[in-house]
Design a protein around this ligand. Sequence first.
Ligand SMILES: *[C@@H]1O[C@H](CO)[C@@H](O)[C@H](O)[C@H]1NC(C)=O
Ligand SMILES: *[C@@H]1O[C@H](CO)[C@@H](O)[C@H](O)[C@H]1NC(C)=O
Length: 238
Amino acid sequence: MYSLVVSIFIICIKILKVTCESSDCLTLKTSITQKIEHEGFHREIWWLLETSEPSTDVWLNSECKLILRLDVTSGMFINPDEIGELRRMGELCALIVGQIDIEAAAHEANEHVLYIFLNNSMIDKMQVFVPFHLRYQRAQIAGDYGKVGFRNPSLLTRCPKGLNQICNKGLKVEAPCDENNNELCIWRNVSYSSYFDNVELFVPVGDLDHYPLVSIVTLLLGCAGCIYILSVLSSSHL
Ligand SMILES: *[C@@H]1O[C@H](CO)[C@@H](O)[C@H](O)[C@H]1NC(C)=O
Ligand SMILES: *[C@@H]1O[C@H](CO)[C@@H](O)[C@H](O)[C@H]1NC(C)=O
């Protein structure tokens, strides 16, 4: 009797194991190529995302979603107006989370996060362009070039049947459920093959050595202007 119970128990466990193993998850094989275009303060990021697995049909069936997240450091910013314009034209489905002061210099600016909701019908191959701007850096005594940190993008995924619908390992992160940013969802930060090196961006830095000269010239011009206006006023009263 006892051995019968044990063997039934073992059979049950085996059946359970088989059903678990056959409940297949999707393996996401995505590669990202990244390039930074242009020089100076106004630049553009170009990403090429290619997914070899699963096929677009299987992906659409799974109803899983993908977003690309860029953590924007304080040395640069994304202009909400430009993102709004791209959204209106249907070129980019993106959302910025965080306060952005487009005038602030790097040392007094906040970081923010850009989420790009990727089009599921194009997951096999898609290109994304995002304009961004570098901030002015605090002037230094030996002014030349300041380095701006640029973080690599994160690829996040979320599925209707839960995070285990994707086989890829990866930590859970909170991110907006959709581009309307009404609520937060749990996404999985999955790894991808990156076809790019870490980026280093350089911006010209104001040189403090030039400041005394600039202020004296500004002051002199201001004085000259005042004297001129006063002389015009006084001569017109005479
Ligand atoms: C996604 O891409 C398909 C194919 O190019 C297009 O028809 C569709 O409108 C796009 N969807 C969104 C939300 O942009
Ligand atoms: C996602 O994982 C990568 C690699 O582990 C990490 O560098 C990145 O910061 C993570 N992103 C988020 C939003 O947690």
